[in-house]
Design a protein around this ligand. Structure first.
Ligand SMILES: Nc1nc2c(ncn2[C@@H]2O[C@H](COP(=O)(O)OP(=O)(O)OP(=O)(O)O)[C@@H](O)[C@H]2O)c(=O)[nH]1
Ligand SMILES: [Mg+2]
Length: 227
């Protein structure tokens, strides 16, 4: 049977890791792997293409890359999976993440690194704290308790398209989660393990300025999406 799953990987200067991430895809279970490159200067796109990905380009920004990947998915796809290009997400968990959506039991499955086993140093204290704090705030505002805002997730394409996503930076993940609750989607959160990035430079957690900007952006999402 033809797979209905497209994997979308935003990748900015991840040439050292993206090849292995793409190569480890469970190809028989997915229709395609789309790597979204937006201005990498290290040949990320070429490495990803050589490993078997379809490479698309987008404007700068994590959310912009995810949005472009969503738009680029083949017409036959009805489930979109997002994961990072730095080797942190455990690709072996992909069937676990897509399963409930493919079986029609859920509209949105999010992997929780907080509930999974994290390699030492893969998430710093402020990321763990933010996951708990934002989880508590979303629970207070909308009644649903998330424990994480990680990248690894599967969602029905029609539901994601109906969200009218506006975030084009690192607020993308949380905006999707808030919209999912607001729309009354069937949400499942599952533990997923998490590793340190394989190589390359951190665009968020390892960079103080980027971390503060991201935190600001994430709080902004809570304000802007408020209903
Ligand atoms: N296409 C695209 N990808 C991005 C952009 N910023 C980050 N990414 C990718 O998004 C993913 C998450 O960024 P990371 O730098 O790993 O952020 P992080 O996981 O908080 O930081 P680490 O803990 O160091 O891995 C990676 O695959 C990046 O390459 C961007 O502007 N455009
Ligand atoms: Mg990372």
């Amino acid at each position: 049977m033809q797979s209905r799953v497209s994997v979308v990987i935003p990748a900015l200067n991840e040439a050292e890791s993206v090849g292995a991430v793409v190569a480890s895809m469970p190809w028989t279970e997915i229709a395609e792997c789309i790597v979204v490159d937006n201005g990498s200067t290290d040949g990320t796109g070429d490495v990803a293409a050589a490993a078997g990905a379809r490479v698309v380009r987008s404007p700068r920004g994590y959310g912009a890359a995810c949005f472009a990947g969503m738009k680029a998915a083949v017409a036959t796809t009805d489930v979109l999976v997002f994961l990072d290009g730095d080797g942190s997400d455990v690709i072996a968990d992909l069937p676990k993440i897509t399963g409930p959506v493919l079986r029609g039991e859920a509209d949105f499955v999010i992997g929780s690194r907080i509930r999974g086993v994290r390699e030492r140093g893969s998430m710093n204290f402020s990321q763990v704290f933010a996951a708990h704090l934002i989880g508590a705030l979303v629970k207070l505002m909308y009644g649903y308790r998330y424990t994480d805002m990680g990248a690894f997730r599967a969602i029905r394409r029609d539901k994601l398209e109906a969200m009218g996503m506006t975030e084009r930076t690192f607020g993308w993940n949380l905006e999707m989660q808030v919209r999912a609750v607001q729309m009354g989607l069937r949400i499942v959160e599952l533990p997923t393990d998490y590793k340190c990035r394989v190589a390359g430079e951190s665009k968020v957690s390892g960079n103080l300025k980027a971390s503060v900007k991201t935190a600001w952006r994430i709080f902004g999402v809570l304000v802007r999406t408020r209903k």
